[in-house]
Design a binder for this molecule. Structure first.
Ligand SMILES: Nc1ncnc2c1ncn2[C@@H]1O[C@H](COP(=O)(O)OP(=O)(O)O)[C@@H](O)[C@H]1O
Ligand SMILES: [Mg+2]
Length: 250
C-alpha cells in the first residue's frame, strides 16, 4: 500500500512544487515506485517533467477515477517515476467536488492507485478550499514548506487550527523550512524558535535558498538529474531520507 504525501501550504510561492518534484525524484532514485499527482491547475510540476495531459482529460475524468485516471498517468524520463499531469479545468475542481457532496472523493480515487506505487506525491494548489480538505483526508502526510519568517508561522498555525476544527488528524502535518537564507537574521531567529517547538514537529533538514533550484524553470528537470552531488540535490535527498524514516517508523 502506497503512502500518500501531499505538499501543501495555504500560501503560494513557498516551494511546494520544487519539493514535490525533487522529493519524488529522490524516492524514485532510492528504488521506490513513485507517482506524482499534479493537482494544481497551473501545472508547474507537469511542466518540469515536460508532460501534458491528453486533451480530453480534465476534472470530470479525474473524479470518475479508476481507468480514467490510470489511462492518463504518464512515464517521466526517470526510472520508477510517473506523473498524472494537471488539467487546466482543475481550477473548477471545487465546483465538481461540491456536486458530489463528498469530502472523501479524492481519497477514494487515490486509494485505487496505491497498489501500484510505494509513494504518491500530491502537488497541491494554495488556499484552503474543498479541494484542500479532500486532499487532507486523502493524504497520509501533509508536508508543509515554511519560509522562516513570522508570517509563515502564522499560516502554519492557521492550518493546525483548521485541522482541529475539522477533526482531522493533526499528526499528519509535517512542516519543513524552505528557501532558507541563513545570512538573514530573521530566518535564523525564526528557525531557532520553531525548530524545537514540539507542537510543530519541524523536520530537521532545511532546504536552503539556492539559485540551482530557481533555475529548474529553465532546466525542466529535478536538481539531482543534473548533478547528484550538488548542494540542492543533497538537501532534498537528506530531507527525503528524514521523511522516509519518519514514515517507516510511523
Ligand atoms: N529553495 C529554493 N531556492 C531558490 N528558489 C526556489 C526554492 N524553492 C523554490 N524556488 C523557486 O521559487 C518559485 C516558487 O517555488 P514553487 O516550488 O513553484 O512554489 P509553490 O509550488 O509553493 O507555489 C519557483 O520559481 C521556484 O523555482
Ligand atoms: Mg506549485
Amino acid at each position: 500500500m502506497a503512502k500518500t504525501i501531499a505538499l501543501y501550504s495555504i500560501k503560494g510561492g513557498v516551494g511546494k512544487t520544487a519539493a514535490t518534484v525533487n522529493l519524488a525524484h529522490a524516492a524514485a532514485v532510492a528504488g521506490h515506485a513513485t507517482l506524482i499527482c499534479d493537482l494544481d491547475p497551473q501545472g508547474a510540476a507537469s511542466y518540469y517533467f515536460r508532460v501534458r495531459p491528453a486533451r480530453k482529460f480534465g476534472r470530470k475524468k479525474l473524479l470518475q477515477g479508476g481507468k480514467e485516471v490510470e489511462k492518463n498517468i504518464k512515464g517521466t524520463d526517470y526510472e520508477l517515476l510517473d506523473i498524472l499531469p494537471a488539467a487546466f479545468s482543475y481550477r473548477k475542481l471545487d465546483l465538481s467536488l461540491g456536486d458530489t457532496d463528498s469530502r472523501k472523493a479524492l481519497k477514494e480515487i487515490f486509494r485505487r492507485l496505491t497498489g501500484d506505487y510505494d509513494y504518491i506525491f500530491l502537488d497541491c494548489p494554495p488556499n484552503i478550499t474543498l479541494v484542500s480538505e479532500n486532499i487532507f483526508r486523502a493524504a497520509d502526510y501533509v508536508v508543509v514548506p515554511c519560509i522562516p519568517t513570522t508570517l509563515s508561522t502564522l499560516t502554519l498555525t492557521k492550518l493546525l487550527d483548521f485541522f482541529a476544527a475539522e477533526k482531522l488528524d493533526r499528526r499528519k502535518i509535517i512542516p519543513f523550512f524552505s528557501m532558507v537564507e541563513t545570512r538573514k537574521r530573521l530566518h535564523r531567529e525564526v528557525m531557532g524558535e520553531l525548530a524545537g517547538a514540539s507542537e510543530y514537529r519541524f523536520l530537521q533538514n532545511p532546504i536552503p535558498y539556492l539559485a540551482e533550484i530557481e533555475r529548474m524553470g529553465l532546466t525542466r528537470a529535478p536538481v539531482a538529474a543534473g548533478f547528484a552531488g550538488s548542494p540542492a540535490a543533497r538537501a532534498y535527498r537528506e530531507l527525503w531520507n528524514e521523511l522516509a524514516r519518519l514514515i517507516t517508523v510511523g
